[in-house]
Design a protein around this ligand. Structure first.
Ligand code: SF4
Length: 243
């Protein structure tokens, strides 16, 4: 506890933070993200951020960190963002940038929240499995002070794929946010053009159609031309960051 108090640390500022819609006081403190499509339309993108943590340093710098609670483990992968999946963190970071004057973006973290059952009586084995199941992922600014303040979050060194929180520069983080906004703009452009045929994307082992609640509505049928499942190829990495 003493060492926690002595060192600067991220602390929760607010939970369930809306952007683009009013909060409990009736004020819209964080505006919607305005997304322009290639056809010249503008869409206001709103949402709700699970938690925003903040850090204030001795020299007066202020940072915010987005925390998104997840029921499952989730790695942030650049190709998944381009494919229109895993958009929350980068979009939430951009929204917070628009609404939190004086703060710099320190990153965004997926935090698994779930019960972990381990069939073992070995304490080390139990702790290892719990750490693995509750491992945080996301991206964080590649600055020592910020990473120290985010501990015990484990940060990947560049090019190291063993940990799932990637250290990125401020420019790289901004580029990832732009990439997510571009992915939304692409899809909204297609919807405006009337192209609404189902195009499910598979990331890993499981197709979303196996757990989706709306198969009757979309009429997806992989035997119909154009109705196939797209699989993300993470080996063909898009070189914006090392995510
Ligand atoms: S069943 Fe239809 S709506 Fe559901 S994930 Fe598959 S394509 Fe999308």
């Amino acid at each position: 506890m003493r060492s926690f108090q002595q060192k600067p640390h991220f602390l929760p500022m607010a939970a369930e933070v809306p952007f683009g819609t009013p909060d409990a006081t009736g004020k819209t403190r964080i505006p919607a993200i305005q997304i322009k499509t290639s056809d010249g339309n503008t869409v206001a993108f709103s949402g709700r951020i699970d938690r925003i943590d903040v850090l204030e340093t001795a020299d007066g710098k202020k940072y915010f960190m987005i925390v998104d609670n997840k029921m499952s483990n989730k790695e942030v992968k650049q190709n998944s963002i381009v494919a229109g999946l895993q958009l929350q963190l980068p979009l939430y970071i951009r929204a917070a940038r628009l609404g939190l004057d004086g703060y710099e973006a320190a990153g965004g973290l997926y935090q698994p929240i779930k019960d972990v059952l381990v069939a073992s009586e070995d304490t080390d084995q139990i702790n290892t499995q719990i750490d693995k199941e509750l491992q945080t992922s996301g991206m964080i600014l590649d600055e020592e002070l910020v990473q120290e303040a985010a501990k015990p979050v484990r940060i990947a060194r560049r090019l190291d794929t063993n940990d799932t929180v990637s250290a990125v520069s401020a420019d790289e983080m901004y580029a990832v946010e732009d990439c997510a906004i571009g992915a939304v703009a692409d899809r909204v452009t297609l919807i405006y053009r009337g192209e609404v045929s189902p195009k499910p994307v598979k990331d890993g082992m499981e197709s979303p159609c196996t757990w989706c609640d709306h198969p009757n509505a979309c009429k997806h049928d992989s035997t119909i031309p154009g109705c196939k499942i797209v699989e993300i190829d993470h080996k063909r990495r898009i070189e914006i960051t090392q995510l």
